[in-house]
Write a protein that binds this ligand. Structure first.
Ligand code: SF4
Length: 483
């Protein structure tokens, strides 16, 4: 059965991308461009809401940003000097049009649109309470819980109602909101998900990543701080810190895989961080070889770092077909196998008769690694050594990244020896947790006084309580309820 599924099924899937702009006459067109740069964060649906001084104008649709917003009549209807946008990968709620963001609510105190990157971990508990009190939900996305909390709050200003709502939620989030007098952006107190602030002429911009500023030629000002709320109105920008201070726990997987390599995330070049991880990997788990080959595209910077450190030639020994398109086939095991062959092909001239080191960013289920190793052997490699630029992914993410249930994660079920056999490699090694932290500029590794990152998918150390999923003590319960 054919369905539309754009992803390599063995990758962790990105969460969502958010964008907001205030102070330009064609805010929606700017937003469409920003979302286009954030397309890698979610490919299932996209939406924009703009405000023209009188009314809110919205368009939301399933599909890629380009498919939806390249149509001039669509952008032409989205008049306004302020807009917010969202590109979605569904981490909660189904892929239904009613779940596509931004969500809009006509509140007694004015209109409010909101878009969210992340996951609330007490969504179910709050939703039950709200339904008991009479709230009628239109969607199954956790973002709507925030809308209902805002609608039922007592404060008179939308921003104060938003603060009241956010004080009741747990989870990882970057929200952007659009009001009739401005835009607002806010990060959760731990700063798990990213949000940056930029300037384009007189306009202010907020976006998940700096690549969305670059596409507009906007200047990067700074990251929105963990727990900070930034409000932009005709009077300029104000900053509030409405939550108790918490330790910074930025998602380390943004550096490893999610963010675009040309983005600067939390002051660090994603590309450079990935190269440094590759260099750590070469120091920690070097092996005699003739060629270093990345698993494209996300393994490329780490493979470059590995090759430079090891002094071994780097070659594009696997070529990725970028035109596979969005038509994918129902991911049965048989079809997953076909999917990998559709996407990657061996560059035989640089493989045959060689001892190959393959570098990839992560192993999730292990299906892609298995097929890639098989493909490289079939192309004549004499040895195939797999090196992974992240520690073993042993735990599921509950903070806005779609990971499989824990028992589907290869590294939660097998030790290195068994995994090596499973993927069919001559050897397999992962960068260590400390090696990954050193690459992030923490010479003391994870045990430095302020690790600064969430690394729960490698350690099980969840920095935000998983209220919907667990009583906070049993990790087994987490894996059961994460289905
Ligand atoms: Fe990121 Fe992993 Fe933490 Fe999820 S669990 S927020 S993917 S580091």
């Amino acid at each position: 059965m054919l369905t539309t599924h754009p992803f390599d099924d063995d990758k962790l899937r990105e969460e969502c991308g958010v964008f907001a702009i205030y102070g330009t006459p064609d805010a929606a067109a700017h937003t469409a461009l920003g979302l286009h740069a954030l397309q890698h964060r979610g490919q299932e649906a996209a939406g924009i809401v703009a405000f023209d001084g009188t009314q809110f104008n919205a368009h939301r649709a399933l599909g890629h940003v380009g498919e939806t917003f390249a149509q001039p009549d669509v952008i032409g209807r989205l008049n306004g000097h302020a807009a917010i946008g969202h590109t979605r990968y569904a981490t909660t709620g189904d892929t239904l049009l009613r779940n596509v963001q931004p969500l809009f609510a006509d509140l007694a105190i004015g209109g409010f649109a909101i878009a969210h990157n992340g996951n609330l971990t007490n969504n179910q508990a709050l939703r039950r309470r709200l339904v008991e009190r009479g709230s009628l939900f239109q969607s199954t996305t956790d973002t709507e819980v925030v809308v209902h909390l805002i609608a039922t709050a007592l404060a008179t200003a939308v921003v104060d109602r938003l603060i009241d709502a956010l004080r009741q939620i747990n989870g990882a989030y970057s929200f952007v909101g659009l009001m009739d007098d401005g835009i607002v952006g806010v990060r959760d107190p731990n700063g798990v998900r990213p949000l940056v602030l930029g300037r384009l002429g007189d306009a202010y911009v907020m976006a998940s990543e700096t690549c969305a500023l670059d596409i507009l030629g906007a200047d990067f000002i700074r990251d929105v701080e963990p727990g900070e709320m930034v409000i932009v109105t005709r009077d300029g920008l104000t900053s509030r810190h409405p939550f108790p201070k918490a330790s910074r726990r930025f998602c380390i997987f943004e550096h490893i895989y999610f963010a675009r390599p040309d983005s600067i995330v939390e002051g660090t070049s994603v590309y450079d961080a990935r190269k440094r991880i590759g260099a750590e990997l070469a120091r920690e788990a070097g092996v005699d070889a003739d060629v270093i080959i990345p698993v494209p595209d996300s393994g490329v910077p780490a493979a470059l770092g590995y090759a430079n450190e090891a002094g071994i030639p780097f070659e594009l020994g696997i070529i990725r077909n970028h035109y596979v398109g969005r038509t994918f086939i129902e991911p049965t095991d048989q079809i997953r196998h076909l999917g990998v062959k559709l996407k990657h092909n061996a560059n035989r001239a640089h493989i045959e008769g060689k001892r190959v080191v393959l570098v990839d960013d992560s192993i999730v289920r292990g299906t892609t690694s298995t097929k890639i190793v098989e493909m490289v052997r079939a192309a004549g490699a004499t040895e195939v050594h797999m090196r992974i630029a992240s520690p073993p992914t042993t735990h599921s993410c509950f903070y806005g990244v779609d990971t499989p249930r824990r028992e589907k994660l290869l590294a939660s079920q097998m030790d290195i020896e068994a995994m090596t056999k499973f993927i069919g490699a001559d050897s397999l090694a992962f960068v260590t947790i400390d090696g990954m932290y050193r690459a992030m500029g923490k010479p003391e590794g994870r045990n430095s006084r302020d690790p600064g990152f969430c690394d729960a998918c490698f350690t099980g150390d969840y920095p935000i309580p998983l209220i919907d999923f667990t009583d906070g003590t049993s990790d087994d319960r987490v894996s059961v309820l994460a289905e």
